[in-house]
Design a protein around this ligand. Structure first.
Ligand SMILES: O=C(O)CCC(=O)C(=O)O
Length: 239
């Protein structure tokens, strides 16, 4: 089996910037299969669907993908799946409303407890793998903007939450590429001004001592169908 362990250069880049791009992360046929299923979740506005294990069996293949597994193990040793999310940012002409962008933020536990308030520089508590289900070539495609190095700063930055400062980066992604992010990196989704839908699927992993949204929501039926190894990634055999 292919090893996904990051090189020293990739780790250095991740450490400096708070994110990296890993090309060809998901196999193209799997990416297209997931994208086809994801279409069934499309709404006439920007949407996020989380805790995907119960939603469709295909999501299992990405939540437990070897690339997520190897890299999470490299950073955390033993680790847990915190959650999984499907994001759809529909093409401009299809959208009837939704959230306002840009909306810069750092990630939080369950959307409630901001991780960045725990220490400075903020330790790594959560790896977020954004896997592109559609190509994102230009800012108009409504992808993500990130502020490099912001995971190392205190909570103050010299720009309005509603602007896109020149020093931010808007990564270009092909279907199957992955943007891997530290939870304290400032980021925002951008408005989709194009005729192309933007879709991604995300898996978030954490050290074992952090609560797992997936564990709190997965049904007994789906949990029982998982292998022991996969079950253990959601919740430990014994607390
Ligand atoms: O639109 C996305 O892909 C992610 C949006 C975002 O910034 C978030 O969910 O924290």
């Amino acid at each position: 089996m292919k090893s996904w362990i990051l090189s020293d250069e990739q780790r250095w880049e991740f450490d400096c910037k708070g994110f990296i791009i890993i090309s060809n992360f998901l196999e193209l046929d799997l990416t297209q299969e997931i994208a086809a299923v994801a279409r069934g979740f499309e709404r006439p506005h920007y949407s996020q669907t989380s805790c995907l294990l119960d939603q469709h069996p295909i999501f299992n293949k990405v939540i437990f993908h070897p690339a997520v597994d190897h890299i999470s193990g490299q950073f955390f040793g033993d680790y847990r799946i915190k959650t999984s999310v499907l994001v759809i940012n529909p093409a401009k002409e299809k959208r009837t409303g939704g959230i306002e962008w840009p909306s810069w933020h750092q990630d939080a536990d369950h959307g409630t407890h901001p991780y960045y308030q725990t220490g400075w520089p903020c330790p790594l508590f959560q790896l977020r793998f954004f896997m592109a289900l559609s190509d994102v070539e230009f800012a108009e495609h409504g992808g993500l903007a990130l502020y490099p190095g912001s995971h190392r700063t205190k909570l103050s930055w010299p720009f309005s939450h509603k602007s896109v400062p020149a020093a931010s980066e808007i990564p270009t992604l092909r279907q199957g590429d992955c943007l891997m992010m530290h939870q304290a990196t400032l980021h925002t989704a951008l408005p989709n001004e194009s005729a192309r839908d933007r879709l991604n699927i995300q898996v978030l992993t954490t050290p074992v001592w952090i609560r797992s949204n997936e564990a709190e929501t997965v049904s007994g039926k789906i949990l029982n169908e998982l292998s022991e190894e996969h079950k253990n990634r959601i919740m430990p055999a014994k607390w």
